[in-house]
Design a protein around this ligand. Structure first.
Ligand SMILES: [Zn+2]
Length: 147
């Protein structure tokens, strides 16, 4: 039996496999931005989700923010799930469409992560909330919190 392209990928070694997986995934769903380092390829999608390919596998990430001062944030990303090529190969879930399905699961994670502020009634992700049901802006106004 002829080996599948995925079997071939796994036999050529991680550095080339990560490159090829990223390319196959790009063919399945186009990212808006691609960042490369020596060992990683990070694909960014319009909805704020991203895929970080490493030689061992990939991570599904969503956009986030780190507070660098009390009033300034820096864009970052948060881990949703991590998958090794080895495990996905064993589960026969190494087709690019499986990887795209995992990106879509990140949308569900993001929906669960967003919670409504009881004062302004707007939804905020974890890093934009003072507590589970109060955003930072309303914590300042309604609870007298000083940052
Ligand atoms: Zn609020």
């Amino acid at each position: 039996m002829k080996p599948s392209i995925f079997d071939e990928l796994m036999s050529i070694g991680a550095p080339r496999a990560v490159e090829l997986y990223a390319r196959l995934t790009i063919l399945e769903r186009s990212p808006i931005k691609v960042e490369r380092t020596r060992d990683t390829i990070h694909l960014f999608y319009e909805n704020g989700n991203s895929l970080l390919f490493t030689p061992e596998g990939f991570e599904v990430r969503i956009e986030g923010a780190d507070w660098v001062t009390t009033s300034e944030t820096m864009p970052t990303s948060r881990l949703v799930s991590r998958h090794t090529f080895h495990d996905l190969l064993k589960q026969k879930k190494l087709q690019p469409k499986h990887i795209i399905d995992l990106i879509q699961e990140a949308d569900e994670f993001r929906k669960r992560d967003n919670k409504e502020c009881k004062y302004c009634k707007k939804s905020y992700p974890h890093e934009r909330r003072f507590s589970d049901d109060v955003c930072y802006g309303c914590a300042r106004i309604h609870l007298g919190v000083i940052f």
